[in-house]
Design a binder for this molecule. Structure first.
Ligand code: ADP
Ligand code: MG
Length: 343
């Protein structure tokens, strides 16, 4: 046994998934797309069905010392809906599974479910089932979402082309900066429990971390504008990582202009206060749950006045070569930390 042991960290998260997936092939003609995109795609006849799952584990994805249970419930739904949004689809049903330790009271679980219900209302999805079990190592929340998309509207990661314009919704880096502030305030509190956390003026970045939104609003606005992106993914692991996914799967490269990457003023200010570069938070931070997508240049006029969308660069024919042009004009390879997530 011992000589055959490979550490998971050696492969990284994506390497591990690829290795496990290699021994599976799809047996059903209704399985249109299996592993490798934001959601699996199932042929339902007239439409495609979309199926995705994401798990949140205590101590890995959240810390209950500062994450209100209601926000956590909301986030568990939102991050899953975000993967349906990334396929240009509409979420419909969710199932929620919980691993609970005896640390939790009925009232605490009800509080979690208030957030779940609020997200179900906001995204117009029905909670239709789940599973409940005991857990010895903290709270685990696993959510799966089923959604739908018209066959001619689906957006994969693998279908972008050279010269397509790279677009991103909202702003980036806030969730990561919010997390750094929460971690710092926790340390201060642990050192001296008389110290009250200082969250004033930091509400936006904290909300980005604790209660993110899926960009279903943009999915509807793309439909209204008559635009089907050539590729789309949601920003869960950081902009660099997601651009790598689109480029590797589409066989393209990319050029990103640092000055175009949207970063909120509060993120810039708080990043500087933490001695962090705002662009690093935006490109490698993750958990923003914005949408990254590509469009044909001729569709640019249809979106150029939408304040929720920023054009950050373009794709090239240089396969896998992803470059960042900094504000000073230097061109650097764009590193993607998300590619070594478990290491
Ligand atoms: P996302 O960040 O969009 O949720 P992930 O990076 O988690 O996507 O997963 C990438 C792909 O790998 C998806 O198709 C996902 O369904 C699949 N995947 C992840 N973990 C496993 C696993 N343990 N077994 C099979 N497929 C997996
Ligand atoms: Mg995703």
């Amino acid at each position: 046994m011992a000589e055959n042991r490979t550490e998971i960290a050696e492969l990284g998260e994506f390497g591990l998934i690829n290795r496990l997936a290699a021994s599976f092939s799809n047996q059903l003609s209704s399985t249109v797309k299996g592993i490798g995109d934001d959601a699996a795609v199932i042929d339902l006849g007239e439409d495609y069905g979309l199926l995705t799952t994401d798990m949140l584990a205590e101590g890995i994805h959240f810390d209950l010392t500062f994450h209100p249970l209601r926000h956590l419930g909301y986030k568990a739904i939102a991050v899953n809906v975000s993967d349906i949004a990334a396929m240009n689809g509409t979420p419909q049903q969710v199932v929620v599974s919980l691993g609970l330790s005896n640390r939790f009271s009925v009232e605490a679980v009800e509080e979690l479910y208030k957030g779940i219900r609020s997200a179900c209302d906001d995204y117009k999805v029905d909670l239709v089932g789940g599973d409940t079990t005991a857990s010895k190592s903290g709270l685990i929340i696993s959510v799966s979402v089923f959604g739908r998309v018209a066959k001619d509207k689906i957006t994969y990661r693998s279908t972008a082309g050279a010269n397509d314009i790279l677009c991103v919704t909202g702003d980036l880096g806030g969730a990561y900066i919010g997390l750094q502030i929460l971690a710092r305030e926790k340390q201060v509190f642990q050192a001296d429990s008389n110290m009250q956390p200082d969250f004033e003026g930091k509400e936006y970045v904290l909300q980005r971390q604790l209660k993110p939104e899926a960009r279903m609003d943009v999915v509807y606005e793309l439909a209204e504008a008559g635009v089907v992106p050539t590729a789309m993914i949601d920003v869960s692991d950081g902009l660099s990582s997601e651009i790598h996914h689109i480029c590797v799967q589409s066989g393209t490269g990319a050029v990103v202009f640092e000055e175009n990457v949207p970063i909120d003023d509060q993120t810039v200010y708080e990043a500087s206060a933490l001695n962090l570069g705002p662009i690093t938070a935006a490109t490698n931070g993750g958990e923003d749950y914005e949408l990254l997508f590509t469009i044909k240049p001729e569709d640019h006029p249809k979106l150029k006045n939408n304040p929720k969308i920023t054009f950050i660069g373009y794709l090239t024919a240089d396969k896998g070569k992803i470059l960042l042009r900094t504000k000073s004009g230097t061109v650097l390879p764009m590193q993607a930390q998300g590619w070594q997530h478990l290491s």
